[in-house]
Design a protein around this ligand. Structure first.
Ligand code: ATP
Ligand code: MG
Length: 434
């Protein structure tokens, strides 16, 4: 399909065709260098401007930056070239010209603001940091899928157009489905639970979720990608083990397979895989520790959700990833099981990065009567969820699971300041295109 040679594979002595984008042209008088870039790297093409055919020299050195060229020639050793080799060209073909005025500089030498970069993602991802971020994101998803397979999961895909939201509420995007009201799904929660009861037992999904978050924040999107896991015959503690395992698998894969990308992002050797055995704090310990930091104006009371500043204060105190367990039942959703010894407390948990929440999960309520009661307590109409509750009458095993936000995982792993850096075409309050 593609019989060109990638720049990284060009060996001295070979006759090759390389193709890519014009990264730079340097005319030194008598000699000119074209630096051609493809996804594997860059290669130098040398033009002896006085000796070579004028048409050949023009084609190689007059093309504007970011034009696409195909160059056929011989690879020669050249210790002074950036990669130790250069191509002596026989022919140059202009495959696609680029206008001389670019909306942003793909080499990143000239800084562009995030909004300009997002408007011109194609150019933004061509070289440098953005490309590295998306290559790492792909590696994370590859590693996560492999990890899931190693623990016996089946990958599933569930609908994104639904009749009812997972948890109801204001975060739903409504749409019209053949004259009937429908919504974009907020989470695969209910569907993945239905599938652990299906005999698949252990499932995962990587897919989009849609939330009408009202405010623009650096860590919320209106369309995000979620990694969902759910398994029969495990409890919340085992679900936390798998959750930690997934995160470590992702970090290890990036450390092992993305050295080049980490260097581009300024990590070099300083990229660290977190130590296994994340601390598990109870919610009560968490609010006590937050209160003890003195960072909050008002002390937190039992039953309060953790405010962003509280999460950050605790994160700084703990200094690494940690779980929060034993949340008050009333601030966790209806599908989370209460503790048997104390129904005020739930078997829900969150995995926290020092900067923000990464995961919510828990042991689920699998007993029909308790589930329906939970719906009513949260002011939801069990009738509207009959497709879901009904299946709990036909043998639903005990089960637990969780959901990661992919963009938050990428963001926290790479220390990105804004979640939009981790998604190609973000959807937020201002951004519906591209
Ligand atoms: P938060 O309280 O931070 O808004 P949440 O508790 O509403 O998050 P969950 O419903 O628990 O979110 O979703 C599970 C995970 O999905 C979150 O921990 C987070 O990593 C990710 N996530 C949720 N909402 C968003 C969003 N709007 N944008 C990006 N990621 C999100
Ligand atoms: Mg949550």
């Amino acid at each position: 399909m593609d019989d060109r040679t990638h720049t990284a594979d060009a060996e001295p002595g070979e006759r090759v065709t390389v193709a890519g984008w014009v990264h730079e042209v340097r005319d030194l008088g008598g000699i000119a260098f074209l630096i051609l870039r493809d996804r594997t790297g860059k290669i130098q093409v040398k033009f002896a401007t006085d000796e070579m055919d004028d048409e050949l020299v023009d084609a190689g050195t007059n093309a504007s930056r970011e034009s696409v060229l195909s160059v056929t020639g011989t690879v020669e050793e050249e210790p002074r070239a950036p990669t130790g080799v250069e191509v002596v060209p026989e022919s140059v073909e202009l495959l696609a010209p680029a206008e001389p005025e670019l909306p942003l500089d793909p080499s990143g030498k000239v800084d562009a603001d995030l909004s300009t970069r997002l408007d011109n993602r194609t150019l933004d991802v061509r070289a440098g940091e953005s490309k590295a971020i998306f290559e790492i994101r792909a590696e994370i998803l590859r590693a996560v899928r492999e990890y899931f397979r190693s623990v016996g999961c089946t990958e599933i895909n569930t609908p994104k157009i639904v009749a009812t939201g997972t948890e109801g509420g204001t975060e739903l995007f409504p749409l019209t489905y053949f004259g009937q009201e429908a919504f974009m799904n907020q989470s695969p929660q209910l569907f993945k639970q239905l599938m652990v009861g299906s005999g698949l037992e252990r499932v995962f999904e990587v897919g989009p979720i849609f939330r009408a978050e009202e405010h623009n924040t650096p860590r919320h999107l209106n369309e995000a990608t979620m990694i969902d896991f759910e398994s029969a015959f495990i409890d919340h503690n085992e679900a936390m083990d798998v959750c930690e395992g997934t995160l470590l698998a992702a970090y290890e894969a990036v450390a092992e397979n993305c050295q080049e990308q980490l260097e581009v992002l300024g990590y070099g050797d300083s990229f660290a895989v977190p130590d296994a055995g994340f601390p598990r704090l109870t919610y009560e310990e968490a609010i006590e520790r937050i209160n003890a930091t003195g960072e909050l104006e008002e002390q937190l009371l039992w039953g309060d959700d953790l405010p962003t500043e509280g999460e950050k204060a605790l994160g700084a105190d703990v200094g690494g990833h940690y779980f929060i367990t034993d949340w008050p039942s009333e601030i966790k959703p209806f599908y989370i099981q209460d503790r048997d010894d104390d129904p005020q407390l739930s078997k829900g948990f969150d995995l926290m990065h020092p900067e923000m929440e990464l995961v919510s999960g828990g042991q689920r309520e699998h007993r029909y009567d308790a589930l329906v009661e939970g719906f009513e307590q949260q002011g939801l109409d069990p009738e509207a969820f009959e497709y879901y509750t009904k299946m709990f009458k036909y043998g639903m095993p005990p089960h637990a699971g969780w959901a990661y936000g992919v963009e938050r995982l990428v963001m926290t792993m790479l220390g990105l300041g804004n979640i939009r850096e981790a998604v190609l075409f973000p959807r937020d309050r201002q951004r519906l295109s591209p």
